[in-house]
Design a protein around this ligand. Structure first.
Ligand code: GLN
Length: 245
């Protein structure tokens, strides 16, 4: 098996350790002899979206989102099509906001999003910063909490057809009001939006494997992943959940 990852705008959209998510996905594949390739897609690059099984889109400051949004509009249709055809996505914070319907920053014009997530984002009066512990709401993700770090001014509101990734136990999540964190979309809900930086996946190996499985299923219907020895990862998850939960 071979997993093809596209890392969207790594130069502009990667903060609070976001790049570590791509490293984690690649390592957890290679440890199981699953071949993996990572293509970095910047604004000037063309995107053959149907080539990829998984898209990673990290976070970024408003200024970077403003620059990226202009190019993203040209890549929107192929991205929507790829997700409709079963590609998986992990989009964190600023990337999550730009894959929603729109993001209205505190200053400047509203940024139209790709519309993969049925959600919209408006800048709030203060930044939502801190550690987050949340209980998964996605089928197949089990009950082990998701832990991470958030820092955003945007308040994201889910639309009627949207399912959250998780329910907040501590922290703010999407908007600090409705208790939801993140959003699911796409075929089999394999497109994940979240506010959790950190990086996220090293301390949440259950989500990493969930994404890898969903992404492989696009081309390998009966994809199975061997169990890994996740002692360290799980201790990091539990300690973080105990400390901030
Ligand atoms: N600029 C966006 C906001 O402030 C996203 C920030 C981020 O990616 N951490 O909400």
């Amino acid at each position: 098996m071979h997993l093809r990852i596209a890392h969207l705008y790594p130069k502009r959209m990667s903060i609070y350790g976001d790049r570590g998510n791509v490293v984690t996905l690649a390592k957890r594949c290679r440890w199981r002899d699953v071949a993996v390739s990572v293509d970095e897609i910047e604004a000037e690059d063309a995107l053959d979206a149907n080539r990829y099984d998984l898209f990673f889109f990290g976070g970024g400051q408003d200024q970077e989102q403003d620059t990226v949004a202009a190019d993203l509009a040209r890549k929107a249709e192929p991205l929507r099509e790829a997700v409709a055809n079963g590609a998986a996505v992990l989009a964190v914070c600023g990337g999550y906001q730009l894959l929603g319907r729109y993001y209205r920053p505190a200053e400047g014009d509203r940024l139209d999003g790709v519309g993969i997530f049925d959600a919209h984002t408006e800048a709030g009066p203060k930044r939502l910063i801190g550690n987050v512990v949340a209980d998964p709401a996605a089928a197949g993700l089990g009950t082990r909490p998701l832990v991470g770090f958030e820092n955003h001014s945007g308040l994201t509101f889910l639309g009627d057809s949207a399912e959250p990734l998780a329910r907040v136990r501590s922290g703010f999540g999407n908007n600090g009001r409705d208790g939801t964190e993140g959003c699911l979309a796409g075929r089999n809900g394999a497109a994940v939006g979240t506010y959790l930086h950190g990086s996220l996946l090293p301390k949440n190996p259950h989500l990493a494997d969930w994404l890898i499985k969903a992404a492989l299923k696009r081309r390998y219907r009966n994809a199975r992943l061997a169990e890994l020895e996740d002692g360290l990862e799980l201790v990091a998850n539990e300690r973080t959940a105990e400390r901030f939960g």
